[in-house]
Ligand binder design. Structure first.
Ligand SMILES: [Zn+2]
Length: 363
């Protein structure tokens, strides 16, 4: 198993899945029935869709099915699935299948470099070790830099026999058009709210409706929110943010307080052990989420377009007392802030500027 990110992957459950997610049924059906047998599978597939809907899980399950030596066909639906028993399936489940190549961003990096693609191309021309197909998964595809993408392009233009490349992306538009045009693109939609809620409830999710709403309809993201302290982080940030208008608290003071909390949970810090650890990203993310909701309400969007449904009443009232134009300008500044916090910016100053702008949104 060639995997440049093996430390992370060996602990992941992507190799051990025994099914795709319920909302992926129709996509699977389209891709993988006896009519479209694995012999006619496209040589390059681009799975596109927002994060948190199970693209990676689908890609791994597809890979397992493609590599399976005795795939099962459902007599009724003609749908093909891996057998989970053959040697190939067993090797796959333990992340040891030699004909699967998983390429992701190197640890601590955001880019897939050209060297990684060159290594992949060298691997792709070798013979299959299990006498079957070979599968390459690249995710996220938009992480390939220009050179890496150009290098992959040649392989996409001259496909290697019996080798299938599956690219995953959250940002299809960020890919080179030439990469997109050489892949069969499958746009994976959000599941319907009903199927997402059913699934979340089956996972034992409490407050499933709120979680799904906060995750903008993406069920896996909703589950991740529940498993973390994010709900607590969120209410801490939102309450402080709203206090600037609700209780006339000085934005400079709120910025300082929020900024302090981003370091209070770090290791070796002597401040209270039980203090919540908040990252600068959390602060930008939840402020963004509230400002987006407020801008929607200020433009008379319906309640169902709101993510923070548990704050609906207070947001609805507040939205009538804000300058829409300033709110939209604030929204722009927040979009920039996502990039700024990746650099060496003074976060206290950044939060201060955003919160002063927020205070100035008041009519
Ligand atoms: Zn099998």
């Amino acid at each position: 198993m060639a995997d440049i990110n093996s430390a992370f992957q060996s602990s992941s459950s992507f190799y051990q899945q025994s099914a795709f997610y319920p909302w992926q049924q129709s996509v699977w059906q389209k891709l993988f029935t006896a009519n479209v047998t694995s012999d006619h599978f496209p040589h390059a597939l681009l799975l596109s869709g927002v994060s948190g809907i199970g693209k990676k899980a689908l890609a791994f399950y597809l890979a397992k099915a493609l590599l399976c030596q005795a795939p099962k066909t459902d007599a009724k639906t003609q749908q093909i699935e891996p057998c989970h028993q053959c040697r190939a399936c067993q090797l796959f489940s333990t992340a040891n299948h030699p004909d699967l190549y998983h390429l992701s961003t190197p640890e601590d990096k955001k880019v897939i470099p050209v060297d990684a693609i060159r290594a992949l191309i060298q691997w792709s021309v070798l013979n299959s070790q299990m006498d079957g197909k070979k599968v390459i998964i690249i995710e996220p595809a938009e992480a390939m830099n220009q050179n890496a993408a150009n290098s992959l392009l040649k392989t996409l233009e001259e496909p290697v026999a019996n080798t299938i490349i599956i690219l995953l992306t959250n940002k299809k538009q960020a890919l080179l058009p030439t990469i997109r045009s050489r892949c069969q693109t499958i746009d994976l939609p959000l599941p319907t709210p009903e199927s997402a809620l059913d699934w979340l409830k089956q996972q034992g999710a409490e407050q499933a409706q709120l979680m799904l709403s906060l995750a903008s309809g993406a069920p896996l993201l909703a589950l991740e929110l529940m498993a973390s302290e994010q709900l607590e982080v969120r209410s801490t940030i939102i309450n402080q943010f709203l206090s600037i208008h609700a209780a006339n608290i000085d934005p400079v003071q709120v910025a300082e307080e929020l900024n302090k909390q981003t370091s209070s949970g770090k290791k070796n810090n002597t401040r209270g052990k039980n203090k919540l650890f908040i990252t600068p990203y959390d602060i930008i993310y939840w402020i963004d989420s509230i400002v987006t909701d407020l801008a929607r309400l200020a433009q008379n969007c319906p309640e169902k377009s709101i993510n923070n449904i548990d704050y609906y009443q207070s947001l609805q009232q507040l939205s009538n007392r804000l300058y829409l134009k300033k709110l939209l300008q604030l929204s722009d500044s927040i979009s920039k802030a996502y990039y700024q916090i990746q650099g060496s910016i003074n976060t206290n100053l950044l939060f201060e500027n955003l919160l002063i702008d927020w205070q100035n949104c008041k009519i």
